[in-house]
Design a protein around this ligand. Sequence first.
Ligand code: GLC
Length: 428
Amino acid sequence: MSTSSTGADTAWFTHDRFGLFIHWGIYSVAARHEWIKNYERITDEDYQKYFDHFDPDLYDPAVWAQEAKNAGMKYVVATSKHHDGFCLWDSALTDYKATNTPAKRDVLHPLVDAFRNEGFRLGFYHSVIDWHHPEFPVDGLHPRRDDLAYREANQNRDIAKYRAYLHGQTRELLTQFGPLDIMWFDFSYSKSDWGWSKGKGAKDWDSETLLKMVRDLQPGIIVNDRLEIGGDLKTPEQYQPRGWLQVDGKPVLWEACQTLNGSWGYHRDNLDWKPVEMLVQMLVDTVSKGGNLLLNVGPTARGEFDPKSISRLRGIGEWMRRHGRAIYGCTASEFTPPPDCRYTQNGKRLYLHLFTWPFGHVHLDGLGSRVEYAQLLNDGSEIKIVPIDPHQQAQNTTMGGVGADTLTLRLPVQKPDVTVPVIELFLK
Ligand code: GLC
């Protein structure tokens, strides 16, 4: 077990590399994005219909866990509460919870049990923002931000009371669900300023006390970077970093969180679905830069993964079944890959991921004399190393100008029938 300076156990995390993010709640009933209450400036009264119709009769988290496992995912981060304040577990501190909906039950414990049964590492996404809590001060992000009468009537809200609620619920999550591996808080925005109100951050959440409690209750837990202080994990969202993320010039622990179609919560009419090839390339790209990928599914209000999400998880799983060892336990390599390729490395095994399939040969600079054998990973078939005299002149079919410390591999014309072909290089 390697621990960071905060005591967080990060060894499993940098080995497993691939996790499932789950955004589920009453916004899944509206099916128009998890920020729907903000986007449409919906009142509590009007939003109540989603609470009254949250009835996931097809909900079976064992099926979710199986689909995630089959996709090659090793950990799960599930929403306990999102910005709308709805809680998926039977919190003693509120009535705004799943047990009071037609679901009539805590839907978070069964999820935790199902994923734990499949050997998953576990984490919660917990919103520090709460657009339902009566003491959460109205600000420029609040659904009622443009309702002057509402702002007027609610200007004496006491953030200290909300803070006690936030800390109380966090304690529930960290003491009622067994060992947890990740706490994914979301999000701080203290630099925002709307004139009539300011954003919220570490001071509002009392992040220092909150973080200390989290670490006291679950010492090895990994905490993300959205409390504005002291997290273990950088969390770039919906973009692929250009390289290993750095803070003050030092490479840090990082995890890209990505959606399948642009929305975290189930969004019925958002058809901007990423193809399987892009998703596999995003996973490879992330690990080639020393990061983890947390890929999201927004289950439906009936409690299922929708068919488009399932087909993408299965497509990724098909690739991971043969190529998992080019992801698990791998990290960035010191070598620079050819264009349209990525390297992942695990000790003496170097994996060349080809995002486009070139004709005939691929040239690997810096590997001239370092490779003893090469094979296609999907079928274990040999890939021939072509010995080339770096001084030879190009003449007819004789290749020239390859470079002194370059390894040249001969490729079949046919691209292997896999989403992303990988050549496994055995370093000397
Ligand atoms: C952003 C979104 C939020 C989502 C989170 C996941 O903060 O606003 O809705 O839950 O990202 O990374």
